[in-house]
Design a protein. Sequence first.
Length: 226
Amino acid sequence: MKPGHILIIDDEPDLLNNTIHVLEGEGFQANGEMSGEKGLVAAKQTPPDLILLDIKLPGKDGFQVCRELKSDVQTKHIPIIMISCKSEEMDVVLGMELGAEDYIIKPYRARELLARVRAALRRGSKSETVPEVIKGPFQVDLSALKATANGQELPLTPKEVQLLGYFLQHEGKVLTRATISKQVWGLDISTSSRAIDVHVDRLRKKLSSFDIEISGLKGIGYRFDL
């Protein structure tokens, strides 16, 4: 996988410069902006392969920036990793609801940052080869990151589409959180359990009108049944 272009939007100069230094040291092209408005301009002028987006920003905050990026056809497919110094549940829920696919708490270690960045870019590089999954009423296009049920498009975020596709491919099987972290997020290190739970809960609610069951297995993971 060749290095990608990463845009960091963070108003803390020391953290921003350190993150750029870490990424450039690994061969990535990285640039930063310190406000939501400037970040939006940069993302639209030269769309990056990945965006690291702080929640606390002057002017437009990270949630507003994420919402605008995901509503713009030019930037809607760019994966976003949200950054915050907080771990409150509402931050996780709102960020995932707006379309962010991952979440990292600062101060973060270089190893964790690089693992998440590489995983997100690796998923993008495989987009041309991933299959279409058809099962029951569902048809999931993992390349276009779209899902339909009975011919009607479902209002899912890209990460929810990937999660549904994975569940359909492993219907009826017990899937641990560690397995979901590796196969859906592409991470060898564990994705935040809360981030996984939020995505599953959102998916469950959006599919509530269909005859499916996503069972939570305490301390283990999940099972998807049609």
